[in-house]
Each structure stands twice: as C-alpha cells, then as structure tokens.
Design a protein around this ligand. Structure first.
Ligand code: SF4
Length: 299
C-alpha cells in the first residue's frame, strides 16, 4: 500500500483535523513533484491512497490519476476526501472513469447542523451528500468515514441510521478513533477523547447495530481498548512510525495482532489505560496484515 499526500489545502476547517493549524501555507505539490513520487512506486503495487488536505481540490488531480493509471494499471486507487467536489457530477464521472477507484468520504454528523459544526464550513454537508449520491449513481465504491471525538461520539447511532437509510449502496462505514495531532491536538479540550470513554458507547453501538447492509470497521484502536468480541473489526492502518507499544505491552499475549498506541495519544493522556487483556480468547489470524484478527474463539 502506497500513500501519496496530494497536497495540504482543504475547503473545510474540521475541528479534529490531524493537519496542523496554518498547514495550507507550507509545502510544494506540483504535478511534476507528484509524478516523481508515483515513479518511485513499483508498477505492480496493488493499492495507492491519495490523501491531503483535500486531494480533489488539486488543480491537476485528473492528470495525476491518469499518470498513476498509466504506471500501475491494476492498482486500486483510493481517494480520501471530504466528498464536496463530487457534487459536481462531471467531475465525479471523470474521476470514476479511471476504473478500480474507491472513494473514502468523511461524514462528520447525521445532519447539516451536526456535520457543519464539525467542519466549521456551512454547506459542507449538502455538498458531501450530493457528492456521495453522484458517486453511488455512477456505481463507484464508496466508503464512509466517521471520526470519533468527544463531540461526535454521542451521534454515532444517528450517523449509522443515516447511512442505512440515506446512503444505500455504500460498501462500508469506518469508525476512526481521532488522532491527537495537528488541529485535533490544539482543540483537545473540546474534542479530545480517551479510549476508556469510547469503549462503552462503541460496544453498545455494535450490540444494537444488528445486521448492517455494509461492512463496519474500527480504525486506530489498540486491542485492549476494545472488548475481545470487537477485535475482528479492528484494522491496523497507522504507519509503524506513528505508533509505539508502551511498557505494559511487553507482557501482552496479543501484541502481534495489535496496532499499538499513537505517540500523540500517549503525550496527551499517558499509558495508564493500556494493559494486557486477562485470559484473552484464541485468535484466528487474518491473511491481510491490515486486518490482523479474523475472528476470536473462546477456549
Ligand atoms: S497491552 Fe499493548 S499490545 Fe496488548 S492490546 Fe494493549 S496496547 Fe496492544
């Protein structure tokens, strides 16, 4: 999996953004610089992720997509996006036309009021919704992503119900535990969330979710921050350099399946919440390194 930050500008101002305040004033992201990064990717690479900032605002995104497709014809190209630009149907169609694309769209709330309060950008919910509908109408794979913060956690059930009723056809809903860096770190007093405060509501949510019409995933959760019954939903998606295993992890029987803990989380809240699970269940490992636990069995 290769990740290309397309650039660092964005048209939202999300309160829990992991980019630093003022981030849009630094860095150079010319098309030639981006192409140079693509040239370093092996031609057989199966997965390429475009992130930002907001990649869809880059004036040369379509040329970049064409260049990637030319170099890596079989790669799945995923775009991490706030979805707003896809409200322009022609743009959505052009992006989807490169084939084997996936659109990973942020949803920050179940209503315009809830979503726009997080993005701090009026109209962003309406744009996102039009964008997702355009992509779904084109038959493009769409994954929705909801970042859990102190503010958004109470809306989890409502976002799920909204996705079920209004976003029919999405392939997955990902619940992402916030990263305590950048803007999120600066706003930690209002949005900062501890794993111990998220565990109960997340467990109750899964109990009530029933049989969802799309896949549910959990990102950025160490295993001991979840009940073992939810380990099979936990994906390991943070780069190795961004996480660490605090001292108690040395004695942990499930460490090889665990994401570890983000450095910035430890800086804000310390390591007291993390300890090896007592009498953990037997783990059925997955073949995908990003999804280490396929299932658990109680001995
Ligand atoms: S103790 Fe450490 S390795 Fe074990 S589950 Fe918790 S964070 Fe992961």
């Amino acid at each position: 999996m290769k990740c290309i930050p397309v650039w660092n500008r964005c048209n939202n101002k999300c309160v829990m953004c992991s980019n630093p305040p003022g981030y849009d004033r630094v860095g150079t992201y010319t098309l030639e610089a981006l192409k140079e990064r693509v040239r370093r990717i092996p031609k057989g690479e199966p997965d390429i992720y475009l992130t930002g900032g907001e990649p869809t605002l880059h004036p040369h995104l379509l040329e970049l997509l064409g260049f990637i497709r030319g170099r890596c014809p079989a790669a799945r190209i995923a775009i991490d996006t706030n979805g707003r630009m896809f409200a322009y149907r022609v743009f959505a169609k052009k992006c989807a036309s490169f084939g084997n694309m996936e659109f990973q769209v942020s949803i920050c709330g179940h209503s315009a009021a809830a979503h726009d309060a997080v993005t701090r950008t009026p109209g962003s919910f309406a744009n996102m919704l039009s964008g997702v509908k355009n992509l779904l109408a084109l038959g493009a794979p769409v994954e929705m992503r909801f970042v859990l913060t102190k503010k958004s956690l109470p809306n989890l059930d409502k976002v799920y119900r909204f996705a079920k009723s209004r976003l029919k056809g999405i392939k997955s809903l990902v619940l992402i535990f916030m990263e305590m860096e950048g803007m999120a770190g600066a706003n930690s007093a209002s949005v900062g969330l501890r794993y111990r405060d998220a565990a109960g509501p997340v467990a109750s949510f899964f109990k009530a979710a029933g049989d969802p019409p799309f896949e549910l995933k959990l990102y950025h959760f160490p295993l001991c921050a979840l009940p073992p019954a939810l380990w099979r939903y936990a994906w390991r998606t943070l780069p190795r350099k961004e996480v660490t295993f605090p001292r108690p992890c040395r004695a942990c029987a499930v460490k090889q399946y665990c994401l570890g803990v983000h450095w910035d989380y430890l800086e804000h809240y310390g390591a007291e919440e993390f300890s090896p699970p007592a009498a953990p269940p037997r783990i059925i490992p997955g073949t995908n390194p990003c999804r280490p636990v396929l299932d658990v069995k109680w001995r």
